[in-house]
Design a protein around this ligand. Structure first.
Ligand SMILES: Nc1ncnc2c1ncn2[C@@H]1O[C@H](COP(=O)(O)OP(=O)(O)OP(=O)(O)O)[C@@H](O)[C@H]1O
Ligand SMILES: O=P(O)(O)OC[C@H]1O[C@H](OP(=O)(O)OP(=O)(O)O)[C@H](O)[C@@H]1O
Ligand SMILES: O=C(O)c1cccnc1
Length: 493
């Protein structure tokens, strides 16, 4: 059997990360501790929640993070790096601690969803790959979850591989789609690799190859038990559906006539017509599958038109995240070791744009739910040493409009960030993909519908604890005072 290649992604980093690492190494900062956090600023697709995914890739990546001889040779050939730095890379091993939301969790903007505590150089190296993996998977899992909500409890097949932005996007996108709520995929490799159910019908080429629908459907029916006939190659109403019915009648119990697939034309009209024709022919259980440029909006529209569609095949608009091609998750330094005291000191990025000001310090995110029905109240971001489970109540207030506030007495608080790697060692056991998918669906069901509706959902509260909020304000003031002092000094010189 051919051996499986381990992902060799160590050089999957931006050149500037290596440049910065070399500075840290040359300046004796290779062991200086730092904390970076990933978060995103804007909810994808205007959705009320996002589904966290991509952790499996991060785990594979971190576990295989090593500079091979050929990586080293290549980096030497660039003549940009010092022998001392190259030597550091030769012996590089990730020894950091990663805390993260787990796959299938709901995550929201402006809260840490993945956190790395390690040395400055190791935290720097992994930024690009982690953002790449997590940004894409969250995007597709969230899009899939929207399509799942639109389809309600009807089956949805993932058909996007041919239109995905290259191979990895197809494979990992399919996985994210399954986590987000799709039932199966047409991609056989993804089925094998991840244990996702595979499914499929037939293409127009089969019908064209036989020259007419009757022969093509007969040929297929003679070689398969489960049959879904594609009926729109020539004329859906006058030829496709009548031929499907003819073959189903002829084959009788020899096949399982699952139904037909519509792939063009007015799907509301055609599905109603098809339903009547199938029912009249004695096939009330035959299902109608639709495909062709579908997304959550079209599915809802077709349902509004009372289309008689039982299951959906969705490709391009899911796998390419058609209406929002990138999540925009970022990775920011939030704390760094003070070389004198060896304590972590808070760090933040200040910007004229309030949205871009980061929240400093090592943090935890707590999901606050009502004790009586487990429904969502909001997320409560605290400093790492706070534990709302030890409090009688939580006081939640809007971080900008602080007069918007509430006190919750009877609550559960669950930590969102779990330890995945501890000092370089994997300590988290990934659940199987079916349980991850179930967890995602269960998480969505715990949201109030105001947060989960597809259009213009209410903003889910992501609030800071009083302690964290105060620390942020103090640091902001400290930075402003320092900048002012520097300006004053330079004016006096
Ligand atoms: N009743 C309907 N309401 C809204 N949109 C529909 C309806 N029926 C079909 N559509 C959508 O309209 C779009 C255009 O479909 P149509 O089959 O006319 O064109 P097409 O994609 O160019 O066809 P083909 O695949 O044959 O090239 C598709 O995204 C399809 O899903
Ligand atoms: O539309 P999507 O959501 O991406 O779903 C996948 C599409 O892929 C197949 O079409 P095909 O590649 O044969 O192209 P065509 O139907 O557009 O001609 C299938 O018949 C669907 O229409
Ligand atoms: O199985 C199908 O019907 C299918 C698979 C991929 C793309 N379009 C359709």
């Amino acid at each position: 059997m051919p051996t499986r290649n381990k992902p060799d992604l160590t050089l999957h980093t931006d050149f500037y990360e290596l440049n910065m690492m070399q500075t840290y190494i040359s300046q004796g900062r290779q062991n200086q501790k730092a904390v970076f956090e990933m978060f995103f600023r804007k909810m994808p697709f205007g959705n009320g929640y996002a589904i966290f995914a991509g952790l499996q890739q991060v785990i594979d990546y971190i576990q295989n993070l090593r500079f091979t001889d050929s990586d080293i040779k290549y980096l030497e050939s660039l003549h940009d790096f010092t022998p001392e730095f190259i030597d550091y890379l030769k012996h590089f091993k990730f020894r950091g601690t990663i805390r993260s939301a787990v796959e299938g969790d709901l995550v929201f903007n402006h809260e840490p969803i993945l956190q790395i505590e390690g040395t400055l150089p190791e935290c720097t190296l992994v930024e690009t790959a982690i953002l790449n993996m997590v940004n894409y998977s969250i995007l597709i899992a969230t899009k899939a979850s929207r399509i799942r909500l639109a389809a309600d409890d009807q089956p949805i097949m993932e058909f996007g591989s041919r239109r995905a932005q290259d191979v990895d996007a197809a494979i990992w996108g399919t996985r994210a789609a399954y986590i987000g709520g799709f039932d199966s995929t047409s991609n056989v490799l993804a089925g094998k690799k991840f244990g996702i159910p595979v499914a499929g019908t037939i293409a127009h080429s089969l019908i064209e190859a036989y020259g007419n629908e009757y022969e093509a459907f007969m040929a297929y029916a003679s070689t398969h038990k489960n049959c879904i006939f594609l009926v729109d190659t020539f004329d859906t109403i006058h030829s496709g559906i009548p031929n499907a019915i003819k073959v189903a009648k002829k084959m009788g119990n020899k096949i399982n006539f699952v139904g037909i697939r519509l792939d063009s034309g007015d799907m509301a009209y055609l599905s109603k017509k098809a339903r009547k024709m199938l029912d009249d022919a004695g096939f009330p259980n035959a299902k109608i599958t639709a495909s062709n440029g579908l997304d959550e909006h079209l599915i809802l529209s077709l349902k509004m038109q009372k289309a008689r569609i039982d299951s959906w095949g969705v490709g391009t608009k899911l796998i390419t995240a058609y209406d929002q091609p990138s999540l925009g998750g970022v990775y920011k330094l939030v704390a760094v070791e003070d070389p004198k005291t060896h304590q972590l000191r808070d760090s933040m990025k200040v910007s004229d744009n309030v949205e871009k000001i980061t929240t400093p310090g090592l943090k935890q995110v707590w999901r606050i739910t009502e004790r009586k029905d487990g429904k969502s109240e909001g997320d409560y971001v605290t400093t790492i040493d706070e534990d709302p489970r030890k409090q009688d109540h939580v006081y939640m207030f809007h971080p900008q409009f602080t007069y918007i506030n509430k006190t919750i007495d009877d609550f559960y608080a669950k930590p969102v960030l779990k330890t995945i790697f501890k000092d370089g060692k994997l300590v988290y056991h990934q659940p199987n993909i079916k349980d991850i998918r179930k967890h995602a669906q269960n998480s969505v069901s715990l949201l109030w519908p105001e947060y989960s509706r597809l259009m213009n959902p209410q903003t889910y509260p992501v609030d800071l604890s009083k302690k964290l909020w105060t620390r942020k304000q103090n640091l902001l003031k400290h930075i402003h005072d320092n900048v002012e002092k520097m300006q004053k000094n330079s004016n006096e010189e």
